[in-house]
Ligand binder design. Structure first.
Ligand SMILES: Nc1ncnc2c1ncn2[C@@H]1O[C@H](COP(=O)(O)OP(=O)(O)O)[C@@H](O)[C@H]1O
Ligand SMILES: [Mg+2]
Length: 274
């Protein structure tokens, strides 16, 4: 039985309403590298999509273009259900979590999470309740006054997630956020992100090169291929099981990993060398 045939409800309702549409997006850097070529992807509101692919296949480039952090050479990004601001980005915000937590070492946890609100002209007093609320969501309510150097790698990443969520974005973009963490911390953070996804209704695009992580987290996996970067495969991943420690040892999870792994191997096998 293939995954697509697995008859089961997703763990959370996905509305069939496109949030963001990448239309034949290409990106050529000035060095001549074709990072993306004709990449198209429709992301529905409420999805949890993993972008899975080998290093150098354009995952970060795709995410940055969606976030408006880098322009496309050709093609376009549409936001069908959002009002667009003067920068061509959707109102309601995008949260971005990078592989490194990128915290300001001279600011406390509170100060780091305050930054996006401060940039929007919100005063510290006005921001306080929201900051404490979002810190509680990531389990750091008791660490508001701590400095980044006092935190573990996993806690720093939680601060980075809290900072991305503080403005209540509709879309959360995560670029290999847990790649540098140990396995147990990574699993804990995977569970935290899933809980956030279920409770907030946020749409997530999660970049990873880990088959296991993509199969654990997503309701859809988009496998990318390198040189030039493009979509190799795009498949849904539904399960009736809660994504928890039981799911990790289930036959459904094993099947999901196998499907994703096979697709990734095909994608890598088809890539040409430089
Ligand atoms: N700023 C840049 N200038 C030139 N080439 C770049 C730049 N950023 C990425 N690239 C190249 O574009 C390709 C895709 O990179 P990237 O999107 O970072 O891939 P991934 O995130 O999948 O590892 C790679 O060949 C990379 O070397
Ligand atoms: Mg990358």
């Amino acid at each position: 039985m293939s995954l697509a045939e697995t008859k089961a409800a997703p763990s959370r309702e996905i509305r069939k309403r496109p949030l963001v549409v990448m239309q034949s997006v290409s990106k050529v850097f000035s060095s001549g590298t074709i990072a993306l070529s004709g990449m198209s992807l429709t992301v529905e509101s409420g999805e949890f999509i993993s972008l899975l692919g080998p290093s150098g296949c354009g995952k970060s480039t795709a995410l940055r273009i969606i976030a408006g952090l880098g322009g496309a050479t050709s093609g376009k990004i549409d936001w069908p259900s959002s009002r667009i601001n003067s920068k061509g980005l959707p109102e309601g915000d995008i949260g971005f979590v990078f592989q490194e937590p990128t915290l300001m070492p001279w600011k406390t946890v509170f100060g780091n999470v305050f930054l996006p609100l401060k940039l929007r002209g919100v005063s510290k007093a006005e921001a306080k309740d929201r900051i404490m609320e979002v810190l509680a969501t990531v389990g750091l309510q008791d660490f508001a006054d701590a400095y980044p150097r006092e935190l573990s790698g996993g806690m720093k990443m939680r601060v980075s997630i809290a900072r991305a969520l503080v403005t209540n974005p509709k879309l959360l973009l995560m670029d290999e956020p847990f790649a540098a963490l140990d396995e147990i911390t990574r699993q804990k953070l995977n569970d935290d992100v899933l809980r956030l996804w279920k409770t907030t209704g946020i749409t997530v695009i999660f970049v990873t090169h880990s088959v296991f992580e993509s199969a654990y987290l997503s309701n859809r996996i988009v496998v990318m291929k390198a040189r030039p970067g493009r979509v190799h495969a795009d498949f849904p991943l539904t399960t009736s099981l809660e994504r928890d420690s039981h799911y990790r040892t289930s036959e459904e999870y094993r099947l999901a990993c196998e499907t994703a792994s096979r697709s990734l191997i095909e994608a890598i096998g088809g890539a040409e060398e430089h």
